[in-house]
Design a protein around this ligand. Structure first.
Ligand SMILES: Cc1cc2nc3c(=O)[nH]c(=O)nc-3n(C[C@H](O)[C@H](O)[C@H](O)COP(=O)(O)OP(=O)(O)OC[C@H]3O[C@@H](n4cnc5c(N)ncnc54)[C@H](O)[C@@H]3O)c2cc1C
Ligand SMILES: NC(=O)c1ccc[n+]([C@@H]2O[C@H](COP(=O)([O-])OP(=O)(O)OC[C@H]3O[C@@H](n4cnc5c(N)ncnc54)[C@H](OP(=O)(O)O)[C@@H]3O)[C@@H](O)[C@H]2O)c1
Length: 474
């Protein structure tokens, strides 16, 4: 019997988890299918592969990553740690709980390099179209080699979609926004807050992008930061100079009018209005359509496309857990593909899906969502040989994180938590997050003498309130 052929689309953390899952099976002596992973960027790492470009990349493709300079993890690394490759193993010593992007990129890259699977990844190769043939029960995957511009098609038995869902910006319209005279971007195109020094900044949205770009702007000396919410304010105890107001009613030139009748003038607007699930290489029967939530409809166990169970999605959920959740999903999908786990019939899957969707729809608040996602991961790991870990303790790490954020949105990244994998507590970074302006791996791993710490924007702020006193010096 010929080997099954599996296409993985995207080599971000989810696609890398899939590669690792097959590799682990092979190392334990199993015969694995033929696996090919297509990645449109020049390297793997997905969102973590920083791109200074915005809009269109050097191949004329939409830029994938939405990350920016000075992006530090927004949740403790202890919540995303791989159960089979720990931070201790990677760095050889304790590191702090909120690493910068480059350190997390190094961590996922380290695990994947250990697996020696890069030869299964065709880099700089964009998937253009996936066609399912009912009679043959196979897929044709058409790709473009972006370097040579050549297209080619191959047949596969199964397809794993791991292209992420934080790349296609959701860009709503606001009355009069075309008259706004300042700079105007979506968070996807934001690359750093330095230019926001001394500016009056408006962020539309009330989730992680608004929160993090807001504190970045504050850190870099913005004159004021206003965040506008549609449904619910984030409600942090914001420092002086940061505020939350309800939704925009309209813009008139540099003035924004809010639905509570207040108005403000701004120099810069950033739409932190989230992202769309978008799969331009898939037809309607295969493409997931969903809001950003923790249990999208149409996916049995969050991964199997109910309308065609030979197609899988990894990482399609909104994410509290990230890297270890992608692992749990990848291990489960691998086992389905390799016949180690049986896929129930369609009606049973539909009932299971309905039950989990029902629970998802009754969730109230963040703590409930975190517990839900922990239970979801436990359910998946229970069906595989991925190492089970203390998920309820990770839930507690999330709850402590939330408490620390509530206590102080500017200092929560200076806290450290204990790994449930190794028991190691995160070490104190040599510089507080508010003072740290260098997000390189070298600096993160260095132990500079106090005099080496650069003089900082915060020095220009009121010591009690943190408010910007004047244009900062960096
Ligand atoms: C601004 C921002 C900050 C974040 N910060 C954190 C954080 O601090 N901690 C955390 O745990 N998570 C964070 N996340 C969540 C992040 O999405 C996940 O950590 C993770 O990157 C998701 O992995 P993924 O592989 O599912 O998707 P992605 O990382 O998005 O990777 C998808 C890959 O698919 C490729 N691809 C897309 N289309 C095609 C195609 N047609 N053909 C070939 N390849 C294709 C892309 O190039 C990319 O490499 C953040 C997300 C954003 C947007
Ligand atoms: N490491 C970091 O520091 C960092 C930084 C940024 C982002 N991230 C990650 O990036 C991912 C995406 O986060 P996100 O904040 O961009 O997206 P998100 O969590 O999906 O939130 C989207 C926000 O946009 C609002 N919104 C949508 N349409 C709107 C409209 N028409 N008018 C006004 N508001 C509207 C939503 O409001 P409603 O609540 O009303 O729907 C919501 O507040 C998350 O995984 C996050 O963790 C991480």
């Amino acid at each position: 019997m010929s080997k099954q052929r599996i296409a993985i689309i995207g080599a971000g953390p989810s696609g890398m988890a899939a590669l690792r899952a097959f590799d682990t099976a092979q190392r334990s002596g199993a015969q694995i299918p033929e696996v090919i992973c297509y990645e449109k960027q020049d390297d793997w790492g997905g969102q973590w592969n920083y791109n200074w470009r915005s809009g269109i990349d050097k191949y004329g493709e939409p830029v994938h990553s939405s990350m920016y300079r000075n992006l530090w993890s927004n949740a403790p690394k202890e919540a995303l740690e791989f159960a089979e490759y720990t931070f201790d193993e990677h760095f050889g010593r304790p590191v702090s709980s909120y690493p910068p992007r480059a350190a997390l990129w190094d961590y996922i890259d380290g695990r994947a390099r250990m697996s020696d699977v890069k030869d299964k990844v065709q880099l700089s190769t964009a998937v253009r179209w996936v066609e399912y043939h009912r009679e043959e029960d196979t897929f044709t995957v058409t790709v473009e080699n972006l370097k040579s511009g050549t297209t080619s098609s191959s047949e596969f038995d199964r397809v794993i979609v791991s292209t992420g869902h934080f790349s296609f910006p959701n860009v709503p319209d606001f009355k009069g926004i075309e008259t706004f005279t300042g700079t105007l971007h979506h968070a996807h195109d934001f690359r750093g807050a330095e230019k926001l020094a001394d500016k009056r900044v408006l962020l539309i949205g009330a989730s992680y992008s608004a929160e993090d770009i807001g504190v970045q702007a504050f850190k870099m000396g913005a004159r004021s930061v206003t965040m506008s919410y549609r449904t619910r304010a984030m409600g942090h105890d914001w420092p002086e100079g940061m505020e939350e107001l309800p939704l925009i009613d309209r813009f008139e030139g540099e003035t924004a009018y809010f639905s509570n009748g207040e108005s403000r003038e701004f120099d810069a607007v950033i739409l932190c209005t989230g992202y769309l699930h978008k799969y331009p290489f898939l037809s309607t029967e295969l493409a997931l359509r969903s809001q950003n939530n923790v249990y999208p409809g149409g996916l049995y166990r969050g991964v199997v496309w109910q309308r065609n169970p030979k197609m899988y999605y990894l990482g399609a959920q909104d994410q509290w857990f990230t890297f270890n959740m992608f692992d749990a999903q990848a291990w489960y999908v691998r086992d389905l593909i390799m016949g180690r786990t049986k896929l129930p019939p369609a009606e049973e899957r539909a009932a299971h899906l309905k039950q989990w969707r029902h629970r998802f729809q009754s969730l109230e608040g963040d703590a409930d969502e975190v517990q839900f996602q922990a239970d979801y991961i436990r359910d998946l790991i229970g069906a595989t040989d991925y190492p089970m870990f203390a998920l309820d303790e990770v839930v507690q790490v999330f709850l402590d994180w939330k408490t620390d954020k509530k206590a102080n949105i500017l200092t929560y990244r200076d806290k450290n938590y204990r790994s449930v994998m190794t028991g190691t507590k995160g070490s104190q970074h040599h510089t507080t997050w508010l003072q740290e302006l260098d997000d390189s791996l070298e600096r993160y791993l260095s132990t500079p003498a106090p005099t080496e710490v650069p003089s900082l924007v915060i020095a220009e702020r009121d010591a009690d309130t943190g408010a910007a006193a004047a244009a900062p010096v960096a």
